[in-house]
Write a protein that binds this ligand. Structure first.
Ligand code: URA
Ligand code: ZN
Length: 383
């Protein structure tokens, strides 16, 4: 099979063994609660505040590389770009976060470098996103040192980060040296949620994890990216490559409203070099949206944003927009999250995302292959 038609998962997580040991040693969230039921291990992952139902069942699929490869084989995934799962190092002190970031980056490099060879290619089956010690009180030099470390680890192609920055969010000017170094190193920044939005919004009914995961996560990404745009980060670092989890949340749907609000706001109106929608055309979006209409819509919005004419998103034929926009979208699974509730050969969450890519109106073979893997080969400089 040609490299361009490989299936590549760019949104897939791991809790590396060293991180799991830390979670097991903790007595407050985030933690892994170790217990047994009927004589068998019944470990639970507690990572969100007020985690419902005593936490999520957690097992080797969260940390064992062989399980990741088995999952990939079962779903026909050739190559994965693996990232540590939330909440990363956010809850640690600055010295702890720095030490653990450096160690986990080495661990992930080894996890990838010792993975099987991808057939008929010089690639391995696993690559990764490293971690930065993004916590309050960390020095800029520690962050830059970690970026330097990651840029020298050949299997790490980017970094994953949450929305808190070093405590004040991603619009904090103190992060400018970090954006500059990431841009210079050509590392992809995978922006991923963890905190959601104010939990008061969810009311008092027990709806499991549905509201924080379906709505809180994508809105967190929407807000974080919007703040980044409003802070002029892309004006200062135009070559920064930012990949948004969950297809950018609500940002594509709200981008024209955002542009209008900026235009009508005396504080912000003249701050940015471009219309707000222009910045969407610089972003990359995972295809973890579970439906073809949503993927098609993101492609349309992104393509028109990428080509601006007379201060407005380009007015191009729908077929052209769909094709162009598809180039900024990349398949993902969110494994090992969203396992099927009843045991099945293939995971519904994966099958649905693959079917969605396959059913986008106007996407031909080339666009589908791009989203399934070809775009990842280019974004991560794998060819
Ligand atoms: N739940 C999480 O906590 N993280 C993910 O990435 C997906 C689901
Ligand atoms: Zn995820």
């Amino acid at each position: 099979m040609a490299l361009a038609s490989k299936l590549i998962d760019i949104h897939t997580h791991v809790y590396l063994p060293r991180y799991c040991s830390l979670l097991r040693s903790r007595t407050s969230v985030p933690r892994i609660l170790t217990s047994t039921r009927d004589g068998k291990p019944d470990d639970r992952l507690l990572i969100l505040d007020h985690e419902p139902s005593g936490g999520r069942p957690v097992g080797p699929q969260y940390w064992d590389r062989d399980e990741k490869i088995k999952f990939m084989d079962r779903h026909g995934i050739d190559l994965s770009v693996v990232s540590s799962a939330n909440p990363w190092l956010d809850f640690l002190s600055a010295p702890e976060a720095k030490t653990l970031a450096l160690e986990l980056n080495e661990d992930l490099e080894q996890y990838c470098s010792e993975s099987p060879q991808l057939s008929s290619s010089s690639l391995k089956r696993l690559y990764g996103f490293g971690l930065l010690p993004l916590v309050p009180g960390i020095s800029t030099s520690s962050l830059l040192e970690t970026i330097d470390q990651i840029s020298k680890l050949s299997y790490l192609k980017g970094i994953i980060m949450g929305s808190r920055g070093i405590g004040k969010g991603l619009d904090d000017e103190a992060l400018d040296p970090v954006w500059a170094a990431l841009e210079k190193a050509g590392l992809v920044v995978f922006l991923h949620p963890h905190y959601g939005v104010d939990e008061k919004a969810w009311g008092d009914k027990d709806n499991g994890h549905v509201l924080p995961l379906a709505l809180g996560f994508p809105f967190e990404t929407t807000i974080a990216t919007t703040r980044l745009i409003l802070a002029g980060v892309f004006d200062r670092f135009p070559s920064l490559r930012l990949l948004l989890a969950h297809s950018g949340g609500a940002l594509p749907q709200l981008s024209s409203r955002l542009a209008s609000c900026i235009d009508h706001d005396p504080v912000v109106a003249s701050r940015l070099k471009h219309d707000a929608r222009w910045y969407l055309g610089k972003l990359y979006f995972d295809a973890v949206a579970y439906g073809p209409e949503e993927l098609g819509f993101v492609a349309d919005v992104v393509a028109r944003s990428e080509r601006f004419e007379s201060g407005r998103p380009a007015n191009m034929p729908p077929t052209v927009a769909r094709t162009l926009g598809s180039k900024r979208m990349l398949f993902g699974t969110d494994h090992p999250f969203f396992p099927p509730l009843q045991s099945t050969e293939k995971w519904k969450s994966v099958v649905e995302n693959l079917q969605a890519i396959d059913s986008v109106a106007g996407w031909g073979q080339a666009e589908k292959e791009g989203v399934r893997g070809g775009n990842a080969l280019s974004l991560f400089n794998l060819i």
